[in-house]
Design a protein around this ligand. Structure first.
Ligand code: MTE
Ligand code: LUZ
Ligand code: MOS
Length: 762
């Protein structure tokens, strides 16, 4: 079998030898020019003009572009067309691109752009820099969203116990290792080839066409691979694609736009920080009776993907739990900062984290172990406690068996006792322990996006080339899709090669996002391979003298009726008999329906589950913490490739840990300058921050839905696993105080935040 087995990433050898070609490694065509962007020095202002003469005088400068030079629409926003490519009239955030300089080399272009402060004439206006301020002023990028079930107000009023609170979680920079880049090459007769590091080539094609005032068929977008995307290249690769394309067509020369890291931080958005205000009603056993919550996301200056991000946050506030009466109110606050966007989990983590913090507070109030309170609130089929607030029935619930197995594997209860004993005798160093579960909905929460296409070629020597609408960002999608095709045709994986994503091969693709890459493109590629196989079967049956139902494609051979023929031989015979040896394939996820205005329906094909136990050590003098051990049990259905899936789970765990414990964004409270705009001031986890003892296992049970080989999506769900780390830190802090103390720990739980929580001890 070619699926269900660990195989190295298709580019692993190229990655480690440095041969893997990223967009900036494509040999430059003769005459290539380089672009850089001049950025707004104000968080908010009226744009009065740009001193073009000053910029044009700079060495190496070939051209300077402003909004007035755009031949088509000045927009790079994906859903709401409210995102200018270059500022026009209004400056909306500090870092907003105002002009582009095109020069003979990148350094000269950047140097000219460094004159932005002198070149831009603007009148400052007061900025709104926090989501709370924007909420108070009623400034939103899209209208508020409400999701309600039952009678939350009445149920809160009558609940035996009530708690309320406010909390917030910070944003997170994607920190893809390869920064944003686009390379535009004019072709003959008003057409363009664009190499772009993007998760969404079709949308780049469309937005570039609009910016040029062209039709889509004039623009071809290609992406062989990205050096990471993490959601940051789903929509936000567009600004750079549009600038490179417009400059290239205007000058009739190839133009490359590659950002340096500081500009990438200053221009692009990231994970939305959220503010919450909540109320919860519960009984003495910790059963949640009602909850009401306001979620305010900091969207930045434009809508971008903030609406579906908030919708996903609202659809994940329940996480693993039955909430009989619930009201959620989502506010997408408009602020004068970078426009926030997709980041692994797409609002799901921000929704689910809120209920996990609330349950932890409930448990502390009652003096119960938080694990018990969690388990008591799990979705279960008895008593109709298995319907989500948005009306989808949870049919594939494996929360209880998965959690039970993890409790056993991690010795949760023994370690709970050992930690209590340790803390009793250790005044400075304190340990904490937490188990958190997750349930994550798989599918784009916009129904029509759940479709994919593929193109499979078999050449006359029996080698296979597969192309599909998904993009490779390191997650191993090409490997999985190649495995599916190899499996279908019964050939070795080495005979199948995946080629660069290209809008001229598969049209109208969705972003590689929502963790659906393998689900959608794997099915589409399987469809394509099956179509070719179906054409080959009558010929194979004739050659082998058997019936079609006796045929078996495996090991590079086709067998039947006690005889066999090599796959390559069969293919060359088919060619001579004029069979079509290539095919397209298509897939659309079945059974989805969603009422976007009421937030009701079945947005998800299925759920992925998982749970993690984290044990941390906190130094109560410095506030520093360290993950001593993490045990993970994660559900990927029947894995297509366990090695890749474990890699995804480990990576997501550490990335989520970074979000919740180390990565802190700070904007200057008056100017709105992002102060943490480089690795010198913004800290992501390194090898040194890995859990000292890290045990990741897959919960190996087939998807009950007919997904590709009964696997489940893996990209985003495990980002929720390190909630356990944050809550273990909170547990360690709580151990310094009186029983039932609920420490006010914010996220990210940096050393500073931990010290603040410790200092608030009663
Ligand atoms: N893994 C790597 N190495 N690099 C990435 O950029 N992006 C994540 C996840 N894993 C990412 C990654 C995100 S945000 C998503 S949505 C999925 O991969 C997308 O790929 P998939 O749908 O093929 O899983
Ligand atoms: N929905 C979703 C989306 O669940 N995930 C996504 O990445 C996405 N992107 C665009 C629109 N809806
Ligand atoms: Mo992932 S945030 O859906 O690109």
């Amino acid at each position: 079998a070619q699926v269900g087995v660990s195989r190295p990433h298709e580019s692993a050898a190229l990655h480690v030898s440095g041969e893997a070609r990223y967009t900036d490694d494509i040999p430059e065509a003769q005459g290539t020019l380089h672009a850089a962007l001049g950025l707004s020095p104000l968080a908010h202002g009226r744009l009065l003009g740009v001193d073009l003469e000053l910029l044009r005088r700079q060495p190496g400068v070939v051209a300077v572009l402003t909004a007035a030079d755009l031949p088509g629409e000045n927009n790079c926003g994906p859903l709401v067309h409210d995102d200018p490519i270059l500022a026009d009239g209004e400056l909306r955030y500090l870092g907003q691109p105002v002009f582009a300089v095109i020069a003979t080399d990148r350094e000269l272009a950047r140097r000219a752009c460094a004159l932005a402060k002198q070149a831009i004439r603007a009148e400052p206006l007061p900025p709104i820099l926090t989501a709370r301020e924007a909420h108070a002023a009623g400034q939103y990028v899209v209208p508020p969203m409400h999701l309600t079930r039952g009678e939350p107000a009445a149920a809160l009023a009558s609940a035996p116990q009530r708690l309320e609170g406010e909390w917030s979680v910070g944003g997170q920079e994607q920190f893809y290792l390869e920064g944003q880049i686009s390379y535009a090459l004019p072709q003959e007769g008003q057409s363009l080839l664009l190499h772009c590091s993007t998760q969404h080539p079709s949308e780049m094609q469309q937005l570039v066409a609009h910016a040029l005032g062209w039709s889509a068929h004039q623009v071809q977008v290609q992406c062989r691979r990205m050096g990471g995307g993490f959601g940051g290249k789903e929509s936000q690769s567009a600004l750079f694609a549009c600038v490179a394309a417009v400059a290239a067509m205007r000058l009739g020369r190839p133009v490359k736009l590659r950002l340096d890291r500081d500009d990438d931080f200053l221009i692009t958005g990231r994970r939305h920080g959220f503010d919450y205000r909540w109320q919860v009603g519960f009984d003495e056993q910790g059963h949640i009776l009602a909850a009401e919550i306001e979620l305010i996301s900091n969207c930045g200056h434009s809508a971008d993907l903030s609406a579906p991000v908030m919708a996903r946050a609202l659809c994940h506030f329940d996480n693993a739990y039955w909430l009989p009466h619930v009201a959620m109110h989502g506010f997408c606050a408009r602020t004068n900062t970078q426009s926030n966007t997709a980041f692994r989990g797409f609002g799901g983590p921000q929704g689910a984290l809120a209920i996990e913090m609330i349950l932890d507070s409930v448990a502390r109030r009652l003096g119960l172990d938080p694990l018990l309170v969690r388990q008591r609130n799990f979705y279960r089929s008895e008593g109709g406690r298995d319907v989500t607030p948005y009306g989808q029935q949870v049919e594939d619930n494996i929360l209880e068996p998965l959690t039970q197995r993890l409790i056993a594997q991690s010795d949760y209860w023994q370690r709970r006792a050992a930690i209590q004993a340790f803390n009793a005798t250790s005044p400075v160093l304190k340990k904490g322990l937490a188990l958190t579960p997750l349930k994550f909905g798989i599918s784009f929460n916009v129904v029509h996006l759940n479709q994919a296409g593929a193109l499979v070629h078999i050449y006359t020597d029996g080698s296979v080339l597969v192309n599909h609408g998904g993009t490779e960002m390191g997650q191993g999608l090409n490997t999985k899709v190649a495995q599916v095709v190899a499996h279908e045709l019964g050939v070795d994986l080495g005979r199948v090669r995946a080629s660069a994503t290209d809008t001229s091969k598969v049209a109208n693709t969705s972003a590689t996002a929502a963790s659906t890459g393998a689900d959608l493109n794997g099915k589409a590629a399987q469809d394509a391979a099956r179509r070719i196989k179906t054409r080959l079967m009558p010929l194979a049956a004739r050659l082998l003298g058997c019936t079609e139902s006796e045929l078996c494609f495996a090991g590079g051979r086709v067998a039947g009726g006690g005889r066999e023929i090599g796959f390559a031989e069969l293919v060359s015979k088919a060619y001579l008999e004029r069979f079509q040896l290539w095919s397209e394939g298509f897939y659309a996820t079945p059974g989805l329906h969603w009422d976007r205005s009421r937030l009701q329906g079945r947005p998800f094909y299925y759920y992925a589950y998982g749970a993690a136990v984290a044990e941390v050590l906190v130094d109560t003098l410095s506030g520093e913490s360290r993950v001593l051990r993490a045990d993970v049990l994660h559900d990927v259905g029947q894995s297509l490739n366990p090695a890749l899936d474990i890699g995804q789970v480990e990576g997501a765990f550490v990335q989520g840990m970074g979000w919740l414990t180390m990565e802190e964004l700070k904007w200057h409270p008056q100017t709105g300058l992002l102060l943490t705009h480089a690795p010198s001031t913004y800290k992501i986890p390194t090898a040194n921050d890995m859990p000292l003892d890290f045990r990741v296992a897959l919960f190996d049970a087939p998807n009950r839905e007919d997904s590709i080989h009964r696997s489940k999506a893996v990209g985003e769900p495990p980002l929720l696993l390190p909630f356990s780390v944050l809550l273990a830190i909170k547990d360690a802090v709580a151990a310094t105080g009186p029983v039932r103390w609920d420490p006010p720990l914010r996220a990210p739980a940096t050393a500073e935040a931990v010290l603040r929580a410790l200092l608030s001890r009663p």
